[in-house]
Design a binder for this molecule. Structure first.
Ligand SMILES: [Zn+2]
Length: 95
């Protein structure tokens, strides 16, 4: 029996965003730096989210580099704030 990547990802709450159809996910080089979302100084940014917020959103997600633990929260916000139904572009570090 084989396990699909989708099943593996669905098992992992932290990786749930990988299955969000509202996201357009690519592998990319995300330079190692601090998470731009949480206060955890040990958190390393591995995900980059390009928001497309409506003009009326207060402090929207525009370009956020965040750690894997924050990715679900940041992508959920970006989807909720988006101006159109265009998928939110997300880059995930290849390591
Ligand atoms: Zn974080």
């Amino acid at each position: 029996m084989t396990t699909s990547y989708a099943e593996i990802a669905a098992d992992s709450e932290a990786l749930a965003f990988l299955l969000d159809p509202a996201l357009d996910i690519h592998g990319a080089h995300v330079p190692a730096g601090p998470c731009g979302w949480c206060d955890d100084t040990d958190a390393v940014a591995t995900v980059r989210v390009y928001g497309q917020p409506r003009a009326d959103v207060f402090r929207p997600v525009e370009l956020v580099e965040c750690c894997a633990r924050c990715a679900n929260t940041v992508t959920d916000r970006a989807v909720a704030e988006r101006a159109t139904d265009t998928p939110i572009v997300v880059e995930v570090s290849r390591g």
